[in-house]
Design a protein. Structure first.
Length: 317
């Protein structure tokens, strides 16, 4: 753009005198819009990446240099920023455009809901009745794909399913709430939840009375058969259900990643002992643990999270 053309439409460093000017003194663009470049930058509603409070200001201002193509400048500012060189232009939508936008948003929301409901169904079909008890436990831990589908409506196409990790107990509770809210389990008299210590422990042992679960009725399994631990994991998390399940069909009860349990009772002690503290138990050990560690529990605060532990297995009552 020549200096002559630029002077006709904009106030910038070479002609502004270092100050703002009244609106509408320069020529409009082909659509009849004045001061689209120069004079003051203008707020937009576009945000910067994941920074929800950082907005774009466009068009350049009275101090912009012509050598920098000032009319294409896109500056980012905190939404609370106040500057003499930042101004505001209003926009309006026609009823037709508002309706079109509403339909797009509704279609996008419905697509996310369909993705979430499909993932919920993939969870609901895999519950196992625990013999002699009034609750069911899911065969598998929650996967990354299920988590992203239900929490964010995002579909992940993958050949293998890795467990979701790096989640707090509170995040796990939110996940469970979404399942109960968007499925028909409550109408059927069921409630999805996180197993208590005693529920998890009883399901893990699958009828065994010793320190290790039955891999089939009456036969105690071993850790290499049933879990990923420090001697076979190659120091990495593995996809779910790659090892043998216990005798009741539950996978990954040992090793790979720790599992959250909810407030309840110590299943390994006689009687029931209430846990009266703000921490929750994680059970089962992880891929970095020794054979002794996978049979122990750890206490963690509800906001604790880590990249290599903490997934959830769901229970249905």
């Amino acid at each position: 753009m020549s200096d002559e053309s630029r002077n006709l439409i904009a106030w910038y460093a070479d002609n502004s005198g270092g100050r703002t000017h009244p609106v509408g003194l320069k020529q409009p663009n082909a659509l009849g819009l004045y001061d689209m470049i120069g004079n003051v930058s203008e707020w937009t509603t576009s945000t910067q990446d994941d920074k929800e409070d950082c907005f774009s200001c466009v068009g350049g201002h009275y101090s912009s240099n012509k050598g920098h193509e000032f009319f294409n400048i896109n500056d980012w500012f905190d939404g609370r920023t106040r500057k003499e060189r930042i101004g505001l232009r209003l926009a309006a939508q026609t009823p037709a455009s508002i309706e079109a936008q509403r339909q797009r948003e509704e279609a996008a929301f419905q697509e996310k809901m369909n993705i979430a409901k499909e993932a919920i169904q993939s969870i609901l079909k895999n519950f196992v009745q625990i013999p002699g008890k009034k609750y069911l436990v899911n065969k598998f831990v929650v996967t990354e794909a299920q988590w992203h589908a239900i929490m964010m409506g995002i579909k992940i196409d993958c050949d293998v399913d890795y467990p979701i990790t790096n989640i707090t107990y509170d995040m796990a509770c939110d996940f469970v709430s979404y399942i109960n809210r968007f499925s028909e389990v409550e109408a059927a008299g069921m409630v999805i939840g996180i197993p208590t210590f005693d529920e998890w422990g009883y399901a893990c042992l699958a009828g065994a009375n010793g320190n290790f679960a039955f891999v089939e009725a009456g036969k105690e399994g071993d850790l290499d058969q049933m879990g990923w631990w420090c001697s076979n994991s190659n120091d990495e998390i593995h996809p779910i259900a790659q090892k043998k399940p216990n005798a009741w069909g539950l996978y990954d009860m040992y090793g790979n990643v720790w599992e959250w349990t909810s407030k309840g009772h110590h299943w390994w002690e006689e009687g029931f002992k209430d846990i009266d503290n703000p921490e929750f138990m994680c059970c089962g050990g992880c891929f970095l643990d020794s054979i002794n560690s996978v049979n122990r529990k750890i206490e963690r605060a509800a906001d604790f999270h880590s990249n290599y532990i903490l997934m959830i297995k769901l229970v249905s009552l």
